[in-house]
Design a protein around this ligand. Structure first.
Ligand code: C5P
Length: 312
């Protein structure tokens, strides 16, 4: 009798921006204690997982040449971790993974984490696993700090190293312009630069998170714009001084405010409406300060099967 080969599963997972990112002390495990507010944005990667006798991973799209296509890829590590939970051989999970990049690579928008979250959801559906979101989230946290959020989506408060999440309710869609820079920045290097700046002096620190949560509850982008903040921004700008010019150009183009996204170098600009975002994007692309510009909105949902109802 012929074995039935399950159809491939494709999952879309979102990028994130940190509306508020307070970086605390360096912990003994090498991570920093964080208090952050994540928002999932409509820039996506798509990951297809298919059963295959010859396992492998392929990455296509903008920046694909910078992404590892071996077992060090976060999506592959996620598949291995899930295979173990499924009682399959983690060294031979018998799947082929194709990643289509829409999220800037090494851009501070959790592109690798989105791929891992998507791979978890896709493999769980392919293998018809009975696994809840909570357990997937626990596995996600072992792959990377931002992976649970990419699974979860929406807007959420993140604590610990960013993996402990509490959903935040928002009554509003926020409109963003995303400025992609040439080349990426390494997250550990940016955290290390912040440690260095703090050892030397007093780089700015964000205020408390409560006003940010209040602004999200009212849904007023003008109020939120005043409160956007990222402790990693000083470190990203120190490593990439041209970001100062990009941030200024976005506000000159009519954005309400701009911040470095996570560890950068991508910059995110909050705009007052969808129309305003299109205008800001057009003007910013003409300013010659960045590689390319995208319009996005948030919050959007987390990693989900496309065109199917197999989401665990
Ligand atoms: O968890 P993830 O692998 O995404 O983190 C990448 C790196 O970023 C860590 O190895 C660490 O250097 C830095 N990091 C940190 N504190 C956090 C999250 C990440 O120092 N809370």
């Amino acid at each position: 009798m012929l074995a039935v080969v399950p159809p491939p599963v494709t999952v879309r997972a979102p990028a994130k921006v940190n509306l508020h990112l307070a970086v605390g002390d360096l912990r003994e495990d090498g991570y920093h204690e964080l208090m952050t507010v994540f928002q999932a944005l409509s820039l996506n990667d798509e990951v297809t997982v298919a059963q295959a006798d010859e396992p492998g991973i392929e990455v296509v799209g903008d920046g694909a040449d910078l992404v590892p296509d071996d077992a060090s890829n976060l999506a592959w590590r996620a598949i291995e971790a899930l295979a173990e939970r499924a009682g399959r051989d983690p060294d031979d999970p018998r799947v082929r993974v194709v990643i289509r990049k829409g999220i800037p690579v090494a851009g501070g928008m959790a592109g690798g984490s989105a791929d891992a979250a998507a791979a978890l959801v896709a493999a769980a559906a392919l293998w018809r696993m009975e696994i809840g979101r909570d357990e997937l989230s626990e596995i996600a946290a072992t792959i990377g700090s931002d992976v649970p959020f990419c699974l979860h989506g929406g807007t959420a408060l993140g604590a610990g190293r960013g993996e402990r999440l509490v959903p935040v309710l928002t009554r509003h869609t926020f409109h963003w312009v995303i400025a992609l820079d040439k080349g990426g920045l390494s997250t550990p290097t940016v955290f290390a630069e912040l440690d260095r700046l703090r050892a030397e002096g007093r780089p700015p620190r964000v205020g408390s998170v409560e006003p940010v949560l209040e602004a999200l509850a009212t849904g007023d982008p003008r109020q939120l714009a005043l409160l956007l903040g990222n402790d990693l921004q000083a470190a990203a700008v120190s490593l990439r001084p041209s970001l100062r010019r990009t941030l200024r150009a976005g506000v000159d183009a009519g954005a309400l405010a701009g911040i470095v996204s996570g560890s950068g170098p991508t910059c995110a600009f909050l705009c007052s409406s969808a129309d305003a975002a299109v205008r800001v994007a057009a003007e910013l692309s003409g300013a010659g300060v960045c590689r390319s510009v995208r319009v996005a909105q948030g919050p959007v949902h987390g990693a989900r099967v496309i065109g199917g109802d197999d989401t665990p």
